[in-house]
Ligand binder design. Structure first.
Ligand code: SF4
Length: 466
């Protein structure tokens, strides 16, 4: 393993769930694209079985609609809620889908979408796809939605989403120590090394198009969250608060300065993103949907502080997101970014760590100070359980993103005030996330059978994942 690409860790998609909405859509699209539909004269008949957590929470997280849209050829980075709803309506009413490429597919969800609450051995989020043509069975494949919208096949190979190619990465790393060693020997920053691993050479004046596109989507998501009021869907009657909190901050601003302080703004920005996620809005996984608010919030609050021209914004966005990508890769490689595997320490903890690293990088921190910031941020999320009320990514998730953003800023401050010498390494903390996750009772790992999920409200729920 040589690390992940920017577009693996940060994916443009839709809420509410990267593993239950985006991953299944990608799997369905991948299965269909592997069939020889171009030469088909008759429609394919498709059946899908959702296993484990996907079967238990599929309805609430939009998994059936996501699968249907994926079979039509939709991809999560461009699909809209309207596309998904339309695909679902057509499949339910006619049992026949016309793919975006013009091919005919027989798929009636009531007959062809099965649920098996027993998880497959590989991962709690499994899917089995089967295809027939003229009653002849022609294909079967299993996929696993392993967190953050990433999908693996039954051999454990990730479906390609990023730009890293095995054996062609100039600076492969599997630990923070290796990453820092490359930075030292090659005289590169973490962000530059990450870019070179994607075969990009980013000079100070270059425009990092991938990072800028991600930032535009992140930024638009913050803006929508700050200007939208009302109740979130799902039945918990949770009210959106970001818009009112933002107005409160604005009313305290003086002399055209960005209102309030960096941490206050970051908290509201993070909540704005996660309210949008809960409402099924467009966002960027960072590294998951449930923890999507922290990285954009800390980046936006930083940009507010520094009146940069567009080249400066470009440079800071690129440095921030590429540094965060390297840290997210380490979590993905050596622990997990799936709440079902390690609890919320792998989602909000990883996101806070990534944001702290990104902020320290744009503030001019050394690779060791960046490591220090990343380890402080996640160290104080160790043991954080996943126990969302009602099986919805709302309570405590929305506030938890706000707290994660504040923690990331504080961690970066502490690291920048230090000299890059510290006792616990990031590698040690990530190992601790993995081991703590293994020891964590399953009630606290997105089964909604423990913690706030049962003590916060007396609602019977099954399982959830973001
Ligand atoms: S509590 Fe669970 S569902 Fe909520 S953000 Fe954390 S990992 Fe995601």
């Amino acid at each position: 393993m040589q690390g992940f690409a920017l577009n693996d860790i940060f994916k443009i998609g839709i809420g509410p769930s990267s593993s239950h909405t985006m991953g299944p859509m990608h799997a369905a699209q991948h299965f269909l694209s592997g069939l020889d539909v171009c030469h088909a004269t008759e429609p394919y008949r498709i059946e899908v079985t959702l296993h484990g957590s996907l079967a238990a929470t599929g309805e609430g997280h939009g998994t059936p609609g996501a699968i249907t849209a994926g079979l039509m050829g939709h991809h999560y980075d461009t699909v809209t809620l309207v596309d998904i709803e339309l695909a679902w309506e057509i499949a339910m009413n006619t049992g026949r889908l016309q793919s975006l490429a013009g091919h005919s597919i027989q798929f009636k969800p009531t007959d062809a979408l099965h649920r098996d609450t027993q998880p497959l051995p590989n991962h709690p989020n499994g899917m089995t796809f089967k295809a027939w043509r003229s009653n002849e069975f022609i294909a079967e494949a299993q996929y696993f939605s392993v967190g953050g919208g990433m999908v693996e096949d039954q051999e454990g190979r990730a479906l390609a989403t990023g730009d890293l190619v095995d054996d062609e990465t100039p600076f492969p790393y599997a630990s923070m120590d290796q990453l820092v060693a490359w930075c030292d020997s090659e005289d590169l920053s973490i962000a530059q090394l990450q870019a070179k691993n994607e075969h990009l050479c980013l000079r100070s004046e270059s425009r990092d198009a991938h990072a800028i596109t991600l930032w535009q989507v992140m930024s638009e998501c913050i803006d929508r969250g700050l200007s939208t009021e009302g109740e979130l869907p799902g039945g918990l009657r949770v009210k959106r608060r970001a818009a009112a909190l933002w107005r409160r901050l604005l009313s305290n601003s003086q002399g055209g300065k960005a209102p309030a302080n960096q941490a206050q703004r970051a908290m509201v920005y993070a909540m704005a993103v996660n309210e949008e996620n809960a409402a099924g809005g467009r966002l960027v996984t960072a590294p998951t949907n449930g923890a999507a608010g922290i990285v954009p919030a800390v980046l936006r609050a930083h940009l507010d502080e520094h009146r940069l021209n567009s080249a400066g914004i470009n440079r800071h966005v690129s440095t921030f997101l590429r540094t965060a990508t390297a840290i997210g890769s380490l979590f993905k490689m050596n622990a997990s970014i799936s709440g079902a595997e390690v609890g919320c320490q792998g989602e909000v903890g990883a996101a806070a760590s990534m944001a702290a690293a990104g902020l320290t990088a744009v503030m001019g921190g050394s690779p060791r100070q960046i490591e220090n910031a990343a380890e402080i941020a996640v160290e104080h999320c160790l043991g954080l359980t996943c126990d969302p009320i009602g099986g919805l990514v709302q309570v405590p998730c929305i506030e938890r993103n706000g707290m994660g953003a504040v923690k990331a800023i504080a961690a970066s401050d502490l690291a920048l005030a230090g000299d890059g010498q510290f006792m616990i390494s990031l590698d040690q903390v990530i190992d601790t996330v993995r081991e703590t996750g293994k020891d964590m009772d399953s009630r606290y790992k997105e089964t909604a059978r423990g913690g706030l999920a049962i003590h916060g409200l007396k609602i019977p729920v099954t399982a959830v994942e973001c």
